[in-house]
Ligand binder design. Structure first.
Ligand code: DC
Length: 236
């Protein structure tokens, strides 16, 4: 697609964990030539850092003070390699580590710490300064880019999301049980929706997509249609 004559916009895609929003967001960014940022990967990278530095105990208590003090030492970046994008934590590729169940089970409480959110939101806003970005997460349309020209909120049933996540993990060679993943999905929904600091919430001006019964191709087409509508509106 020739996007050179189109205005650059900011695209915020929020929604529940394992709703497929990252795949949709990544595909849209690729089709329209935008930068893609997976903000969940950034919260996962901070969680991994905390685990590596023994800041999370076995009973999941977090040494918040040490983590907050370490935030300036945590550098997160993304590296694009052909079709794939890797998350770098202080220069090290941690893409597969941040997807493990160990990180998934600890990331929600870490992402509920206000100082962690402030630091990452600031980084995300800097990444989006030039527009031409698709970012997915939980608070992109509400907090990170409240003025985004295009906002989407993706949802699907917890069972559908757990099935998708199991398939994704197994494909990556990470062992996973459906019951464990479903429990994790439901638990994370609860923490994400009820935390005091920017909880998961649909922005008032977001378009909702329930993709429970859609194929990947249908979702991608739907999203591209919304983008084209949005561009047509800004050209009017
Ligand atoms: O999208 P994900 O499952 O990789 O996100 C991992 C966790 O990070 C999830 O439990 C919620 C949190 N998160 C967040 O609080 N805000 C964001 N913008 C993105 C993710």
């Amino acid at each position: 697609m020739n996007t050179t004559t189109q205005p650059l916009i900011t695209i915020a895609i929020d929604g529940y964990s394992s709703s497929g929003k990252s795949s949709m967001a990544r595909q849209l960014a690729k089709t329209i030539g935008y930068r893609y940022i997976d903000s969940g990967a950034m919260y996962r990278a901070v969680t991994l850092y905390a685990m590596q530095h023994n800041m999370i105990s076995d009973d999941l208590a977090i040494d918040e003070q040490s983590l907050i003090a370490a935030l300036p030492e945590i550098d997160i970046d993304f590296q694009v390699d052909g079709e794939r994008q890797y998350t770098l934590l202080n220069g090290v590729n941690v893409e597969s580590d941040i997807r493990s169940m160990a990180v998934s089970n600890r990331v929600s409480p870490v992402s509920a710490i206000p100082a962690v959110r402030h630091a990452l939101v600031k980084m995300q806003q800097q990444m989006g300064q030039q527009k031409g970005i698709v970012m997915d997460g939980r608070d992109i349309g509400t907090t990170v880019f409240p003025d985004a020209e295009m906002k989407i909120f993706v949802t699907a049933s917890p069972q559908t999301r757990a099935q998708r996540r199991v398939a994704e993990l197994i494909e990556k060679g990470i062992p996973a049980s459906y019951e464990e993943v479903l429990a994790n999905v439901v638990h994370r929904d609860h923490i994400d929706e009820t935390r005091a600091e920017s909880p998961l919430r649909r922005a008032d001006d977001a378009i909702t997509l329930d993709n429970s019964t859609m194929t990947v191709d249908e979702q991608n087409r739907w999203l591209l249609d919304r983008y084209e509508e949005c561009i047509a509106k800004s050209n009017r």
